[in-house]
Design a protein around this ligand. Sequence first.
Ligand code: ATP
Ligand code: MG
Length: 631
Amino acid sequence: MRYEDVYRRSIEDPESFWAEQAEAIHWHVRPRAILEYDDPPFRRWFAGGLTNLCYNAVDRHLDARGDQLALVAVSSETGVTREISYRELHREVNAFAAVLRALGVGKGDRVVIYMPNMAEAVFAMLACARIGAVHSVVFGGFAAHNLALRIDDARPSLLIAADAGMRGGKVIPYKPLVDEALAASKHPPAHVLIVDRGLDPRRSVVEGRDVDYATLRERHLGEDVAIEWLESNEPSYLLYTSGTTGKPKGVQRDVGGHAVAMALSMRTVYDVGPGQVMFSTSDVGWAVGHSYNVYGPLIAGATSILYEGLPTNPDPGVWWSLVEKYRVRTMFSSPTGIRVLKKQDPEFLKKHDLSSLKWLFLAGEPLDEPTAQWITEGIGKPVIDNYWQTETGWPVLTLLPGLDLKPIRFGSPGLPNLGYRLRVINEASGEDAKPNEKGVLVIVPPLPPGCMTTVWNDDRRFLASYFGHFRDLLYSSLDWAVRDDDGYTFILGRTDDVINVAGHRLGTREIEEAVATHPGVAEAAVVGVHDELKGQVPIVFATLKQSNTETADDVARGMLKRVVDQLGGVARPARVYVVNALPKTRSGKLLRRSLQALAENRDPGDLSTLDDPGALEEIRGKLARGPDGAG
Ligand code: ATP
Ligand code: MG
């Protein structure tokens, strides 16, 4: 089947297209309507249909593949690998669901899950889905403040936490963070369920509030907990966006639309079917982790690899060793992850048998051409950039090798995914941008199945954040994009990442791309800073590859030359700072707003999502000492 034909049908005849896709999942009661859209932009896919995510991810596979691996949880931190079949998964999820029930959790109740990439995090999510509770996973690397904010927004009746996480061999106790978060929150849950891995022997226990999972599991193991059938549009989970641009939004996902979108994308985009193996390096705390470590692969009857640990531990070949060991077919990671490897010896890409691997998908951030080239050559496999947001839950732009692979174009996440009616809008005129003209990427509502249904408890914020930007009712991605003559779309950065130099509007992404073509550069961030004369000027912060032998001054001059050669003098950065690390969110996204604030001598703002506070300190010092390659 040709991509063009299937895509056209998904747009021109969405109800028949989605009716057909809905056949891929199990319905307890079939939908009375494929789409109800009488209150735009709110929409109800598969209205009246009753289904359950846990049933589709687990129970449904028991007969055909009970002994097949469902989940492999590998930790290079604890050294433990757990191989869990669908039958075992069913048993563990039932036990977990029985424990939730015993703690008084029921349909519609929120459950905050604060755990690293360990098997029990997956059991907990599926157990919530089984009984109709709404999980909200909070990334285990977040500090008490972030956790408290999310608790107060979600108002959970239970919090499930691990005793501790680990990073690079260092134990990070979670319990003190939980205690601090609960003390600071206005709506603390009645109970905290602790999954103890024995990592923190000094862990405190609050009598009457804290309960131990192992004890309760023992009591409930072997019980069968009935499936709670949910109407397709009821909430399945909440997930907060990364907070790169401000206060995180509580993205609310539905049940039926999500299940159908997962089934469709596993087949057409990720090309993974029953019995095949997918390895996503994401954390369960992110949207990719929800969709392609948990729900997608399991709904597809595939095996999902979940990895806890650094990409460089015990050595930078660890991911590829898992591809070899489990015969991974499709791998999913992020540009940030690949750039970590890019700083290491490329020989590690060659040490393992990658013959099972067909595709490497990357998402989460712009994939610059040099990085795409480096990893494509390094592993000798097609590398597919795909663009999406926590809000959408599955790719908006991608290529679809499971359906019909169109040529890869470096720098572009490709073409509109099935069901997504996309436009690029000229910001000033509100009209469609011409090919090769920059605009804002928007989705024409109704949003396809699987995309967010609203902001939790805040329909007004949903409307104001996403639908209030243009004359027409359009979902703004808040990202700049340009579409070429063939419909390939390039993402040029966020709408708040634009620099205005003497009246010229420049995307930070374009300058970063030019800078990154320098062979010594590992990663670069460009921000605009205030300038008396020009309004704003671009400045560059860059890290260098381990293999680089040039001086920082020489590399800086080389970067400037490349920008001028590729983009012209107007884009020439005013200053270049070579540093050891760039500030990123815990989800691996560059915090340009903090860099910009520091460079303009302002308060860097809310740093609670910052991964490594040391990076900002270094940059402060560097700014005080002066740029590289000056003169
Ligand atoms: P917040 O919305 O709270 O500021 P965030 O936008 O960083 O946080 P996510 O939903 O995790 O939260 O990230 C989605 C964003 O990541 C996209 O809007 C886009 O800016 C960027 N992104 C994701 N994938 C790609 C890609 N393939 N190419 C370019 N940018 C991408
Ligand atoms: Mg966003």
